[in-house]
Design a protein around this ligand. Structure first.
Ligand code: HEM
Length: 340
């Protein structure tokens, strides 16, 4: 039911909102010297999903503290791995319940306001409100808030990391951005023509898929690769960073960052199941197209305007919460001399 709200026509309608958020990022970075990339991408993606999904302005890019909803969301997400692993209960249970209750209340207010409005935007929220009761909408909003920002943050942050480490690839991506966007605001058409930028994002997600695992179960007893018996309905976790490093598919230099792996010809040569950053089958990501357009647009606006200076010669540290992203990744951002 929600798929149309994240498909091409809906994403076309979301592009001006994404471009507005990108402008806010630029306004912020023009006054910044050093930035924490994952933190900044979190601000961007929360503002995008808030504005384009629900017509709500968190204004994460306009403030240094966290919006009250975001503060609670982040606290909960930080606790998810521990809660999932703990058999003894969560010592932070009281805080957790308080956060969840407050988030529900805030989402309920947004729902009520939209129901009262004569005519709201046509977006993810309006699609939910057309077909679901308010309690269900509340849960869907929270799911989309989480699914729709942290992963895109990881994709963007890893892409920026690899570009900062590979100046020749960065130069090629930037040349494409300059040729396709010029000085103009990004549109659905121009973002769709950023093919090499999309390849950079895909290759970044090959090495570090922000959603590093998903579960599958066979319909009947199976033996995988002639060696591993798996009983019917027994759950198996696919560890995506390993899937994406299979030398039988990706060759001998699986660790090498090479966006040409995703040229149209090379993509065609591979089995589709070898690359699964967006999950698999009927439970695969609903926001895949939205995310790719959003990430390409944001990355393009950054490359068009800034030099990325890896002043601390950062070595990658992975932060795993619900998703993967680089931790403490700091860059200096400087206006390009010729930039818009
Ligand atoms: C680069 C960014 C993204 C990545 C890597 C990503 C990855 C994934 C993965 C791996 C799953 C499947 C999880 C599983 O099987 O357990 C998933 C599900 C989902 N994603 Fe994304 N996602 C991204 C962006 C988004 C965005 C922007 C949205 C919404 C606007 C979104 C909405 C969803 C939803 C609703 C599901 C659940 C689908 C279902 O269960 O039917 N995702 N995503």
């Amino acid at each position: 039911m929600l798929a149309p709200a994240l498909a091409a026509q809906a994403v076309r309608a979301a592009i001006p909102g994404m471009a507005e958020v990108a402008e806010r990022l630029v306004a912020r970075w023009d006054h910044a010297d050093e930035v924490d990339v994952s933190e900044e991408m979190t601000r961007v993606t929360l503002d995008v999903i808030g504005l384009c999904g629900f017509g709500y302005r968190f204004d994460c890019l306009g403030r240094d503290d966290d919006h009250p909803f975001i503060a609670r969301l982040k606290r909960c997400m930080a606790r998810v791995p521990e809660r999932a692993a703990s058999l003894l209960g969560d010592p932070g249970q009281v805080q957790w319940e308080d956060d969840v209750r407050a988030m529900h209340q805030m989402v309920d207010e947004v729902i009520a306001e939209r129901r009262r409005a004569e005519q709201g935007p046509s977006d993810l929220l309006s699609c939910m409100l057309r077909g679901l009761d308010d309690r269900n909408v509340r849960f869907q909003v929270l799911t989309s808030m989480v699914a729709g920002h942290d992963t895109t943050t990881g994709a963007l942050s890893f892409a920026i990391y690899f570009l900062a480490k590979h100046p020749e690839i960065l130069a090629r991506a930037r040349a494409e951005v300059d040729a396709v966007l010029g000085d103009a605001a990004p549109t659905f058409e121009t973002v769709g023509r950023l093919r090499y930028v999309a390849q950079v994002l895909k290759e970044a997600m090959r090495l570090w898929p922000p959603g590093p695992g998903f579960n599958v179960a066979p319909f009947a007893d199976e033996t995988v690769c002639g060696r591993f018996p798996i009983a019917r309905d027994k759950t198996v976790t696919i560890f995506v960073p390993a899937l994406h490093r299979d030398p039988a598919v990706w060759g001998d230099h699986v660790e090498r960052f090479d966006p040409d792996r995703f040229s149209p010809e090379n993509e065609k040569r591979r089995p589709a199941t070898a690359y699964r950053p967006f999950g698999n089958g009927p439970r695969a990501c609903l926001g895949q197209f939205f995310a790719m357009q959003e990430a390409a647009l944001i990355l393009a606006v950054i490359l068009r305007r800034y030099e990325l200076v890896d002043f601390a010669d950062y070595s990658l540290k992975l932060l795993y919460r619900v998703t993967l992203k680089p931790e403490d990744f700091r860059l200096r951002v400087r206006r390009r001399i010729t930039s818009r």
